[in-house]
Design a protein around this ligand. Sequence first.
Ligand code: SF4
Ligand code: SF4
Length: 192
Amino acid sequence: MTQLGFYIDQARCIGCEACVIACKDKNDNPVGVNFRRVYSFEEGSFTEDKNGSFIQNIQSYFLSISCNHCDEPKCVENCPTTAMFKREEDGVVVVDQDKCVGCRYCEWNCPYGAPQYNEELGKMTKCDLCIDLLEKGERPACEGACPVRAIEIGPIDELRAKYGNVSEVKGLPTASITKPNLVINTHKDASE
Ligand code: SF4
Ligand code: SF4
């Protein structure tokens, strides 16, 4: 099996959310359902020195994330109906809509908040890595929309060979929980 995954260049991401919009449009998702999300982190403050000048130590960065198609997906382990499963051919984690009963156990067990409940359908939905586009030789929506080329999708072995193996940054859960297929080029302010 060739496991697919994501490379996210967090150092390059400008937080424009073009990836979020492209994903939403491609999947025709309703308000509140976001397979891809961009989180904004800000910390630090301004302090006044003895001369009345303000000094800042503000740190600010973004993180674009969806499902990481994990090696040990807690969503799959905790689905009572086997609706959530990992494809043998490429390791992509998908939901069988015919089997999903909308119990949301997968959502509660995913440390990344990836499964997205669709109220209209009464079912869980999620990122499927745009496998329909990949099968046609096209690129996934988020990757194609990013104006600064901060997202790359491909075989995770190749992504790790090119970019390293960092898969957790400040603000993300430890990678030991699910072993995500994710490589991040960490923003300088997001190092642990
Ligand atoms: S990120 Fe969450 S939903 Fe995606 S495979 Fe991992 S545990 Fe499952
Ligand atoms: S909501 Fe659907 S996919 Fe998620 S655990 Fe329940 S049955 Fe499985």
